[in-house]
Design a binder for this molecule. Structure first.
Ligand SMILES: Nc1ncnc2c1ncn2[C@@H]1O[C@H](COP(=O)(O)OP(=O)(O)OP(=O)(O)O)[C@@H](O)[C@H]1O
Ligand SMILES: [Mg+2]
Length: 309
């Protein structure tokens, strides 16, 4: 277990920002931390980054306890805050060299690592640009580049995609995927669930400082009891195919949408091969058959509502 919190509680005066939070994140996991504004995401991430102390309970990073062994934790983590700090009066390369020196990386090793992180974050063409001339998306990538210099095991990213346009969001997601595939453990917060769905292996949903859900991303959909929806397109005789499917066991609803037959299935296994088999056995030619992308936003709303009540 690379990250563990045990009854982690944080109070700001009378306000309880985190209430007995128990998180477990395994090595190599990409953990999406989701919750509305004020839920306690930043507070949790700052504690893991050793910048805040718990009021009660414990947070451990690589088995070191925050507050007692923070010095051992810092080299292991890379923390990207939700805002871009100062130091903007420098060019990109200087900026990264400055931080590399702060990590005691010098000489050829420094040149090498700065070049590497610029490549990885796709900023090599901006190495001589002033930091404050970068677009917001580039600044966010530069923030990620900065925390990669010391090759940390764990990345703590607080809403790295906020304020980015759709293209920059995709670029950020691709970058994070690359880092995930390099084996980094990633904790990333967001209040937008579907943005994390593709990237994350597990998610935690937090509201008012309490963890409402913690588990595999697929399970959230199951727990929200969303039916499997399948889109079918046949080459001809669509109406007949729809009639056939209506009578097929396991199909609970048949609709039409954009020239496709849309089916709702009563199981949660996502195995819809019997639909294809039924069509083929009855000599229908299938043009396309695919599962509808699950609306995670809906699942999220149902789940949090259900659990809060
Ligand atoms: N320094 C502070 N002093 C007092 N209260 C604070 C402080 N920092 C955070 N809080 C309160 O703690 C709660 C959790 O805040 P936090 O910033 O952790 O939420 P968040 O989930 O990151 O929200 P957002 O999505 O808006 O970033 C909020 O009610 C907030 O007002
Ligand atoms: Mg926050």
């Amino acid at each position: 277990m690379i990250i563990q919190t045990i009854n982690l509680t944080k109070r700001y005066g009378k306000l309880t920002a985190l209430n007995n939070l128990n998180l477990q994140i395994q090595d190599g996991e990409c953990f999406g931390y989701i919750g509305p504004n004020g839920a306690g995401k930043t507070t949790t991430i700052k504690i893991l980054a050793t910048l805040l102390q718990p009021t009660w309970g414990e947070a451990r990073v690589c088995n070191h306890v925050v507050g007692y062994e923070s010095r051992k934790i810092r080299p292991l983590i890379g923390y990207v805050p939700d805002f871009f700090g100062a130091y903007e009066d420098m060019v990109v390369q200087e900026y990264l060299e400055f931080f590399a020196s702060a990590y005691n990386i010098s000489g050829d090793a420094r040149t090498q690592v700065v070049g590497d992180v610029l490549d990885l974050t796709d900023l090599s063409h901006k190495r001589d640009a002033m930091v404050d001339s970068l677009s917001r998306g580039m600044k966010q990538r530069l923030s990620v580049a900065r925390v990669l210099l010391h090759d940390p095991k764990v990345l703590l990213l607080d809403e790295p995609a906020s304020g980015l346009d759709p293209r920059a969001r995709i670029e950020m997601r691709e970058l994070l995927k690359e880092l995930r595939n390099m084996g980094k453990t990633i904790i990333i917060s967001s209040h937008i669930l579907h943005e994390l769905a593709e990237l994350c292996t597990t998610i935690g949903i937090i509201e008012h400082g309490e963890l409402l859900y913690h588990g595999q991303i697929d399970d959230i959909v199951r727990r929200a009891r969303l039916a499997t929806r399948v889109h079918v397109k046949v080459v001809e005789q669509k109406d007949l195919a729809a009639l056939l499917l209506q009578r097929t066991k396991g199909v609970t609803k048949v609709e039409e949408n954009n020239g496709a037959i849309v089916l709702e299935l009563d199981d949660q296994t996502h195995d819809f091969s019997y639909i294809a088999a039924t069509l083929v056995q009855n000599n229908f030619k299938i043009r396309e058959i695919k599962e509808e992308e699950v609306n995670l936003e809906t699942a999220f709303m149902r789940l949090t509502k259900g659990l809060v009540q």
